[in-house]
Write a protein that binds this ligand. Structure first.
Ligand SMILES: [Zn+2]
Length: 282
C-alpha cells in the first residue's frame, strides 16, 4: 500500500510540473522562431541596413604591355517566370551561376572590370553580371542564388520607379549595396534619351545620379543607357555627370580598347541553352 501511495505521489508531482515544462519548452521554441524572423524585420522602411561585408579582393595580374584584354559583361533584366524573352527562369539562372562557380569563374562589378581593363590586368575567368531597371525579382530570386554561389553583380536603377510595384525599394537597394552589390544609374524615368531636349536629358542623367547618391550616401560610378540608345551629346552628359563608365546593348565582349562610356554587353535571354551561356562567358 505504501509503495502504491508513493507511486501516486510521484505521478501527482509529475502531473503538476509536466505542463509547465511543456509550456516552458513551447515558450522557448516561440522565442527561437521570433529570433529567426529578425533578418526579414531588418528590411522594413527606415531600418538600418546590415553592416557591409568585406569586398572580395580583386586580384590584379599585369599582362604584356600593349596586349588587349577583354571581359564579358552579361545583361539580365528579370529572373523568374515571365511572358517575354527578358525573363530568365530561376532554374536557368541557378544553373548558370553553378556553372560559373564550379568552373572557377569570378564575377566582378562593372567598376572592378573598368579597373582591370584600364590597368591592363589579366581578365581571364572574370565575368560581369549586370541587371537593368532594378526589378523586384532581383531581390526575390537572383540575390539568394548569387549569395549561395558567392557571386557579385551590378544593378542599374531607374530612380523614380524605386518603390513602385515590381521594382526594388530604397531599403532593399541599400541592403544590397551594403552586401557587395554595385548600384549604377539608369536615369530617372527610362526615356529614350536622344529624343529629349538637352535640358531634359541632363535632368534624367544627372538627376537620376543625384537621387541614388542621396539615398545611398555615396557616389555611384556606372550608368546604363535606357534601351541602349545614345548620341554624342548624351555620352558627353553622362561623362559630365561624373560617371566613369557606361554600358550599351551592343552585343559583344568589352575590350580595353573600347570607350569606357560605350561598353558593349552580351544579353542573356529566356530559354538560352547552357552551352550558349558557357560560350559567351569565354
Ligand atoms: Zn532599361
Amino acid at each position: 500500500m505504501k509503495s502504491n501511495k508513493n507511486l501516486i505521489l510521484v505521478i501527482f508531482i509529475l502531473a503538476l510540473f509536466t505542463p509547465q515544462l511543456i509550456l516552458g519548452y513551447q515558450n522557448n521554441s516561440q522565442k527561437q522562431k521570433s529570433v529567426e524572423k529578425m533578418p526579414e524585420a531588418t528590411l522594413t522602411e527606415n531600418s538600418i541596413p546590415e553592416p557591409r561585408q568585406p569586398e572580395k579582393e580583386l586580384v590584379k595580374i599585369p599582362v604584356t604591355p600593349g596586349k588587349t584584354v577583354s571581359i564579358p559583361i552579361l545583361m539580365y533584366h528579370e529572373i523568374g517566370e515571365g511572358p517575354d524573352c527578358m525573363w530568365v527562369t530561376e532554374k536557368d539562372f541557378y544553373n548558370q551561376m553553378k556553372y560559373l562557380h564550379d568552373n572557377g569563374y569570378q564575377t566582378i562589378s562593372l567598376s572592378q572590370a573598368v579597373e582591370l581593363l584600364t590597368g591592363h590586368y589579366d581578365t581571364s575567368k572574370k565575368v560581369v553580371l549586370s541587371f537593368d531597371d532594378g526589378y523586384l525579382t532581383f531581390y526575390s530570386y537572383a540575390w539568394p542564388i548569387l549569395k549561395e554561389f558567392d557571386q557579385q553583380a551590378t544593378i542599374f536603377i531607374i530612380s523614380k520607379l524605386v518603390g513602385t510595384p515590381d521594382y526594388l525599394t530604397w531599403e532593399q537597394i541599400r541592403f544590397l549595396a551594403s552586401n557587395g552589390i554595385e548600384v549604377g544609374g539608369h536615369t530617372r524615368t527610362h526615356p529614350l534619351l536622344p529624343t529629349l531636349s538637352a535640358a531634359q536629358s541632363d535632368a534624367e542623367i544627372t538627376g537620376g545620379k543625384q537621387d541614388i547618391e542621396a539615398q545611398l550616401g555615396k557616389k555611384i560610378n556606372t550608368f546604363c543607357y535606357p534601351t541602349g540608345k545614345y548620341n554624342a551629346q548624351i555620352v558627353k552628359q553622362v561623362k559630365d555627370a561624373g560617371y566613369v563608365a557606361a554600358v550599351t546593348m551592343e552585343q559583344r565582349k568589352s575590350f580595353s580598347t573600347d570607350n569606357l562610356l560605350l561598353m558593349p554587353r552580351l544579353g542573356v535571354y529566356k530559354d538560352d541553352p547552357l552551352d550558349r551561356f558557357t560560350a559567351v562567358t569565354k
